[in-house]
Design a protein around this ligand. Structure first.
Ligand SMILES: NC(=O)c1ccc[n+]([C@@H]2O[C@H](COP(=O)([O-])OP(=O)(O)OC[C@H]3O[C@@H](n4cnc5c(N)ncnc54)[C@H](O)[C@@H]3O)[C@@H](O)[C@H]2O)c1
Length: 311
């Protein structure tokens, strides 16, 4: 059995990876989450779950005899992070350092951890390669700082790590409970209720959306492919869509004629992001799920949450 520990296992990406590992068989999955944003019910059956905070040294014993750590736990809503830089640093920087320390003490083979495309917020280069880091928001700065700590653990303690810079990940279990949910969930929920979704600003901001199953392909590769060790990889689709285009696509998939309402633009958001995915592709990875097909999985998820009375 390969023993995998996932922080943030009750969240969107963590619960999807746990599901993938358990369905693949041959993996024992240990999950940590303090349920600050995650949902206990979406932790797949078969995960050994610990309701713990990543900042707490009591996590250390769980890292003994672990092969791979996937570190996803974070405070990651950009506008919330702007409101509370102290907690952002506490969870994202101190929490990450504590996970690195636990991994070092546990002698884990490798830590695969989440950075973000937010590191490119100030970059004008599209598509953006891994080298063009220009973090601006507190969230991005917290991810940037964690990156240096991971490099320090590699330098001084020989801790192996792989950093992943996700662009806009979507798919089943994407969090729809936030005050401003991600666009996909927000549009789908409102349109299914025959209500008008809100578009902030003109809707011409462009985003690179990548399906969670595609990033899970790379997660699996990180465990078996030594070429990923010590590397930093953009994970996006390499294609961008405007928010208006996304709206039209969702409305057409749902057969809805409801038009959106426009609200003032949200502060601190980049006009566009687009991943240069050449580096991950050079290792044989490639996103395989097109947006229309992927959107249907998000629609099916929201419909099933509605049918269960959760929305
Ligand atoms: N989803 C995306 O599009 C995206 C894009 C770029 C980067 N990321 C990064 O990927 C990672 C996973 O993102 P996600 O979308 O699954 O987020 P998510 O919010 O769904 O999951 C994060 C999980 O971490 C948990 N958590 C938060 N603080 C914790 C703490 N102190 N101790 C223990 N658990 C804690 C939350 O309860 C939640 O379940 C994050 O690090 C995020 O910054 C995500």
């Amino acid at each position: 059995m390969t023993r995998v520990l996932i922080t943030g296992v009750a969240g969107f990406i963590g619960s999807n990876l746990a599901d993938r590992l358990i369905r693949a068989s041959g993996y024992k999955v240990i999950g940590i989450d303090n349920l600050a944003y995650g949902v206990r019910e979406q932790i797949p059956a078969g995960v050994e779950f610990h309701d713990l905070d990543i900042r707490d040294p009591s996590i250390y014993p769980l890292f003994k005899a672990i092969d791979y750590v996937f570190h996803f736990a974070a405070k990651n809503c950009i506008s919330d992070c702007q409101l509370d830089p102290v907690e952002t640093a506490d969870v994202n920087v101190r929490g990450t350092v504590n996970v690195l320390e636990a991994s070092r003490r546990g002698n884990v083979k490798k830590v695969i951890y989440a950075e973000s495309s937010a590191l490119y917020e100030g970059s004008a280069k599209l598509p953006t390669p891994e080298t063009d880091m220009k973090p601006e928001s507190f969230y991005a700065i917290s991810k940037f700082s964690s990156m240096y700590f991971a490099e320090g653990y590699a330098r001084f303690f020989n801790l192996k790590a792989t950093a992943l810079r996700y662009f806009c990940v979507y798919g089943p279990r994407q969090d729809y409970r936030r005050s401003i949910p991600p666009v996909f969930s927000a549009f789908i929920i409102k349109l299914l209720r025959n209500e008008q979704p809100a578009i902030y600003g003109t809707g011409e901001k462009r985003r690179d959306f990548v399906h969670v199953d595609d990033i899970n392909d790379f997660h699996m590769q990180c465990m078996r492919d030594d070429r990923t060790t010590g590397g930093v990889f953009n994970l996006g689709s390499g294609i961008s869509y405007s928010i208006n285009e996304i709206y039209s696509m969702i409305a057409s998939l749902l057969g809805s004629k409801v038009t959106p309402i426009h609200k003032p633009d949200l502060p601190g958001e980049a006009l566009a992001n687009l991943a240069d995915i050449a580096r991950a592709k050079s290792l044989g990875w490639s996103p395989r799920i097109g947006l229309r097909e992927g959107l249907q999985t998000s629609i099916d998820f929201i419909k099933s949450e509605m049918a269960r009375g959760r929305i």
